[in-house]
Every structure is written in structure tokens, then in C-alpha cells.
Design a protein around this ligand. Structure first.
Ligand code: TYM
Length: 320
């Protein structure tokens, strides 16, 4: 079984990325042939600073390795080190109906907000389909917001297979219900573009401040709170640690737990959760040669597979 997923180097990685995609991917690396990559081509649709892209790409590599991606088990690489995906994107684009892309949230939401939309953002799901299909991927672990893109990928694969004969594996999204949509500090989906993130790594003081700044209602600590499961700090605590989350939910429901103490607990549990990863990240930062070597070995393995599948696709559609 081939497992594949990608993550954009478009800003500091956060708890939504970690619990929605990175942790499930790290767990799956023991269950099949895993391919994980840094989607630097995709980041070009929204980030226009070369130095920032380089820095973010390095940071995503450090973050993912520090969190437990094991390069002995998973192939870890940079998307743009396999330029074959661009050729396949073109081929797939010729079979992709405009209407399918017009319905995609990635494009629809931005254009509805009046944000100028480049054609790269419009065809972004075709590049993603190419990422997935070019490695014969079976399973794609993602958060809820990427589900539509995996469905588009399935549609495109089926269309190609119908037009030119069986060529591509039709993949399936793998979404963990309880962490499909991790909320940010404002209660909306946690997202780099909403400015509501809690980063996986960052300065302690600033992160504590973000968490202590989560808005609560004005009920007194002693009041019972029958809607405790709706409380944002409880929801985040449950994402980080299900059993502590349930325990604190009961405490809040019963009355007697103040919001300040609840947020303090959330900060501590979150901070402890990443303590070992923080240490590993600091070590890796002093060993960037190793990180570069991991990515270049990963790229070589990924590229070999991509060339094989691209060749199959070129033959199927009469380019060879
Ligand atoms: P990206 O970089 O926006 O996000 C990376 C992963 O994190 C998940 N995620 C979340 N999950 C739960 N709650 C949240 N608040 C949250 N925020 C982000 C995303 O669902 C995603 O799984 N297009 C992709 C990158 C990509 C890709 C691919 C993924 C490119 N090619 C091929 C899979 C297969 C993206 O922009 O993810």
C-alpha cells in the first residue's frame, strides 16, 4: 500500500497541520510504503518571496523530522525535485472539466472574498492530482479541507483510465474524524491564512500569550456549564490529549473550574506534548547537512517512481 501526503511551506506549521495530517502520516509510515513531500510548487500560488520559501521549506523539513517522520521508513522529499509532476499536470489538465475546478473551495473562497486569483491557484487541484497519481498512491492522509481535492483526483484518474485505458490507481482520502478540522484561537478552522494558529514550535512566551488570550464567556467559575463540550479550550485540550480533555470537560461542566486555570492547563499539556520534539528539532538545526541528505535521497527514490508512472501515462495517451 502506497501512502502519500504533502504539506505547503507557506508559513509556520501549526496544531491543525500536526494533528490533522502530520501525526496520522507518521503513524501510517509503519503500515505501508510512505511518500511525504514539501509542496513548494503549491506554495507559489500564494507566497511570492523567494527567501521566505527557502526558509519555510527548510523549516517544514525540520518540523516533520523532529515530530517523528522517519526517513528509514518514509520517503521524504521536496515536490519540485520531481519536475515530472509538472508534465503530468499538463496531461491531466486536458481531461479536467473547468466546472470541476470552479467548484473547488481553494479557488472559490478566495475569489468570493475578492482576492485576486492567479491561474496557478485555479489549477492547483490538478497539480495535486498529479502529485498523488504519479506515485500510484492508494491512501492520502489529509485534514477535512483537502478532501475535495482528493475527490477531484479520483475523478481525473477515472476519466483518464476511461479515455486511455487502465493507467492510474484511484486513491482514497484518509481523514481522522476527531481531528479533521482543528479549531484556531478564534474558533474558526486553524489556518495560516486566518492568523489564528497555535504553532507546533515557537517562543514559549508568545505561545503562552496566544493561549491565555483565547476569549471565554463571562460566566463565573462556580457556575455549572452544561455546554462544556463547546468550549474552545476544552476542544483544543481534547485534540492534544483526549483523556485529559474529557476529564477537564467534566470539571468545567460541574462548575468550579475557572477559565484561567483551564487555559493554563491547555498551555502546559500542549507545551509538554512537544517537549521531546523541540529537543530533536534543536539537534537537527545543528545538523542541516543531514536534513539536506534526507531530502536528496528521498527525491531520488521519488523521482524513479514518478518517471516510471509518467512513462506509463505517456504511452497510454500516445505521446510515446
Ligand atoms: P496544507 O499545507 O494547507 O496543509 C497540510 C495538511 O494539514 C491539514 N490541515 C488541517 N487538518 C485539520 N485541521 C486543521 N485546522 C488543518 N489545517 C491544515 C490539511 O488538511 C493538510 O492535510 N494542497 C495541500 C498540500 C498538497 C497535498 C498534495 C496533500 C499538495 N499536494 C497531495 C496531499 C496530497 C495543502 O495545501 O495542504
Amino acid at each position: 500500500m502506497r501512502i502519500l501526503s504533502g504539506i505547503q511551506p507557506s508559513g509556520a506549521l501549526h496544531l491543525g497541520n500536526y494533528f490533522g495530517m502530520m501525526r496520522p502520516s507518521i503513524e501510517l509510515q509503519n503500515q505501508g510504503d510512505a511518500f511525504y513531500f514539501i509542496a513548494d510548487y503549491h506554495s507559489m500560488t500564494s507566497l511570492f518571496d523567494a527567501e521566505e520559501r527557502r526558509r519555510n521549506t527548510r523549516d517544514v523539513a525540520l518540523d516533520f523530522l523532529a515530530c517523528g517522520l522517519d526517513p528509514r521508513r518514509a520517503v521524504f522529499f521536496r515536490q519540485s525535485d520531481v519536475p515530472e509532476v509538472c508534465e503530468l499536470t499538463w496531461i491531466l489538465g486536458t481531461l479536467t472539466p473547468m466546472g470541476l475546478l470552479e467548484r473547488c473551495h481553494s479557488f472559490k473562497d478566495k475569489s468570493a472574498k475578492g482576492i485576486p486569483v492567479n491561474s496557478g491557484l485555479f489549477t492547483y487541484p490538478v497539480l495535486m492530482a498529479s502529485d498523488i497519481l504519479i506515485y500510484d498512491s492508494n491512501v492520502v492522509p489529509v485534514g477535512q479541507d483537502q478532501k475535495q481535492h482528493v475527490e477531484v483526483t479520483r475523478d481525473i484518474a477515472i476519466k483518464f483510465n476511461e479515455a486511455y485505458g487502465q493507467t492510474f490507481v484511484v486513491p482514497e482520502p484518509r481523514i481522522r474524524g476527531e481531528v479533521a478540522k482543528v479549531p484556531g484561537v478564534d474558533g474558526e478552522k486553524m489556518s495560516k491564512s486566518y492568523g489564528n494558529t497555535i504553532e507546533i514550535f515557537g517562543p514559549e512566551k508568545a505561545l503562552r500569550k496566544k493561549i491565555m488570550g483565547i476569549k471565554m464567556d463571562s460566566r463565573a467559575p462556580g457556575d455549572p456549564k452544561p455546554d462544556a463540550d463547546q468550549n474552545l479550550a476544552i476542544q483544543l485540550l481534547t485534540v492534544v490529549d483526549g483523556s485529559i480533555g474529557k476529564d477537564y470537560e467534566e470539571k468545567l461542566r460541574a462548575g468550579g473550574l475557572g477559565y484561567g486555570d483551564l487555559k493554563k492547563k491547555l498551555f502546559e499539556v500542549y507545551w509538554d506534548h512537544f517537549a521531546a520534539a523541540r529537543d530533536r528539532r534543536a539537534e537537527l538545526e545543528n545538523n542541516l547537512d543531514y536534513v539536506h541528505q534526507v531530502l536528496s535521497e528521498g527525491a531520488a527514490k521519488a523521482r524513479a517512481k514518478a518517471q516510471e508512472v509518467l512513462h506509463r501515462a505517456r504511452k497510454a495517451c500516445g505521446l510515446e
